[in-house]
Design a protein around this ligand. Structure first.
Ligand code: GLY
Length: 577
């Protein structure tokens, strides 16, 4: 078996750096990939989806800034150079380990539904709209949370001067940056949607031609927005000219949305306790509702606790039967129970209750794929009828992992939802999200309400799974990925690869993907994952060979220092010193 995924290690002058350039595949005996060693460092590390953004974060860390400071710099550049995935017009979830207090907490910067929406936002004549009909235009745009999250994180944990954190991004926006191969490819492939709104078309298709790889792209409007943020803080985004530009864009779109100035002015980041689940003696901590990430990753791992994955190893079809069906069981609970718990009562603790998961794990005792998978009944002091969710999430999004010299650790997954979001570009030079399509388009099923239905002010359920694994009260792994609802599988599999199968972080990131959410086993095209198709089919699974473009960025923290991995499927790097 040979693997296509491989990395090369390139040393930057002043820092260890992991690039994502593919090199000739190495022979491998199974799913454990033979890749270059992870980047290592003693003091700090940052890993994210674009080298320019990672360089901006590295500069902040090199000058003694905190992980929160570096995140602001990384996010400001990502919004420029990887505008399809995240930015000021979107939302994010952040998990933070504060070395001084020893606490892990989370910030919820998820978009909110405008106050004037109704639960039938995405219905026409009582029936759900087509997905793409809903995505493109103003209807799908939620109140952005990312600028407020950046400011909240900086106020809470920042040590560097706020304004200076935008210098790199301002200079790249005003002086121009080289269009990356991935951005050029995605722009060329999305012409029909990107040219619906004139401002978006003018930016990505100047003179009618798609921006080309390597071409210099200037975004002066974005530079001006960043200057306002740098000097006035996030209120410059949520009130005044920038906010007016957002509202005018949403309400003036061919398919107008409901966003109003009051939605922006009232937006709040919410600090929530991390949701942690035990696994192999560690605590896997992440983002609770409105994300389904930590609960679903925690359920998958909790269901696998009684099974010896280490003894089975990554090449055993039996290991993938266990992981695949644990994932299906977790997704069944996710579809029934998980949504914004500020609006819908949720059995948050019950879903990761060890006794509940131990009992449900007995369902995995056979040796064939489960014929039927249904939601369980987690312990809950609430009686409520809920129907299964019916929302669709497509791959998109970006992930940032950072550890600073003081030992603070940050895991942040950030998004505008679909690639290029709603396809609406605000006058401030950033794309607006389509996050509201993460809600269920249907409100009820057979008269029973769906937890993740649209409601005013509510946050759509997410799959984003920014995670920090803790051992003995200290962080040992910082991990997360884009990828729609497959994010959950990518993150769980990376934790298993590292903790059960002893892979280093670069191997764990590069390892071929096998993902099961709803029954069909997705096997990563062009990799040794395909070789398991026959065995999985014999166990009763339907398999589907396809591209699985994760964007995992991972940092392991060990007694000898830090090691980082960047996903070869995208353009990311890890840099540390
Ligand atoms: N829109 C991607 C997610 O929140 O999971």
């Amino acid at each position: 078996m040979r693997l296509i995924l491989a990395l090369t290690l390139a040393a930057a002058p002043a820092a260890a750096q992991q690039t994502a350039d593919a090199v000739a595949p190495e022979a491998a005996s199974g799913l454990a990939p033979e890749v270059s060693a992870p980047v290592t460092s003693e003091n700090w590390m940052v890993a994210a989806a674009n080298p320019l953004a990672v360089e901006a974060g590295a500069r902040v860390l090199r000058e003694g800034g905190s992980a929160a400071d570096a995140m602001v710099a990384v996010q400001a550049v990502l919004g420029l150079v990887e505008p399809q995935s995240s930015g000021l017009g979107g939302g994010a979830f952040l998990v933070y380990y504060d070395a001084a207090s020893g606490e892990v907490t989370t910030l919820d910067g998820r978009e909110t539904a405008p106050l004037s929406v109704t639960p039938t936002l995405f219905q026409k004549d009582g029936e759900p709209m087509g997905f793409w009909d809903a995505v493109v235009g103003g209807l799908s745009v939620g109140t952005p949370g990312t600028p407020a999250l950046m400011e909240t994180a900086h106020r809470r944990w920042g040590t560097a001067n706020w304004g200076g954190l935008f210098d790199e991004a301002i200079s790249l926006a005003e002086g121009g940056f080289a269009v990356s191969p991935r951005l050029a490819m995605l722009v060329a492939g999305d012409m029909d949607r990107l040219t619906v709104a004139p401002t978006t078309a003018a930016y990505f298709y100047p003179n009618g031609e798609a921006i080309a790889e390597g071409a210099t792209l200037v975004n002066a409007a974005y530079g001006a927005t960043l200057r306002a943020l740098a000097s006035e803080g996030a209120q410059a985004f949520y009130t005044g000219e920038i906010a007016e530009g957002i509202v005018a864009t949403v309400r003036g779109a061919a398919q107008p949305g409901r966003l109003e100035m009051r939605d922006l002015a009232n937006y709040e980041v919410i600090e929530r306790p991390a949701v942690c689940a035990p696994y192999r003696g560690a605590e896997v901590c992440g983002m609770g509702p409105p994300s389904s990430g930590a609960l679903t990753v925690g359920q998958i791992l909790g269901l696998l606790q009684p099974y010896d994955l280490a003894a089975l190893g990554p090449d055993a079809p039996e290991a993938w039967r266990l992981i695949g069906d644990a994932s299906r069981l977790a997704f069944a609970d996710r579809g029934r129970y998980m949504a914004d718990s500020d609006f819908v009562p949720m059995p948050t603790k019950g879903l990761v209750d060890p006794a509940y998961l131990a009992e449900r794990a007995q369902l995995l005792e056979g040796d064939m794929a489960l014929e039927e998978v249904a939601p369980g009944t987690p312990p809950w002091d609430h009686a409520m009828l809920l129907a299964d969710d019916q929302s669709l999430e497509l791959p998109s999004t970006s992930h940032i992992s950072i550890v600073d010299a003081d030992g603070n650790a940050l895991s942040m997954t950030t998004t505008i939802e679909n690639g290029f979001g709603s396809r609406l570009m605000a006058p401030g030079g950033f794309l607006l999200n389509n996050e509201l399509t993460d809600f269920s388009f249907r409100t009820h099923s057979d008269g029973v309400p769906i937890a993740n239905r649209v409601e005013p002010g509510k946050r759509p359920r997410s799959s984003m799974s920014p995670t920090i694994v803790m051992e003995d009260g200290a962080p040992v792994l910082v991990v997360g990925s884009p990828g729609g609802s497959r994010i959950i599988g990518y993150v769980a599999k990376t934790i298993i690869s590292h903790m059960d199968w002893g892979m280093d972080v670069q191997q764990a990131v590069a390892m071929p993907h096998l993902v099961n959410r709803f029954g069909t086993y997705d096997l990563e095209e062009g990799t040794s994952a395909e070789t398991l198709s026959e065995a999985l089919t014999a166990m009763g699974y339907e398999t589907n060979v396809r591209g699985l473009t994760s964007g995992l960025h991972v940092i392991a923290i060990g007694p000898d220092g830090l090691s980082g991995g960047a996903d070869p499927r995208r353009e990311g790097v890890a840099i540390g010193e």
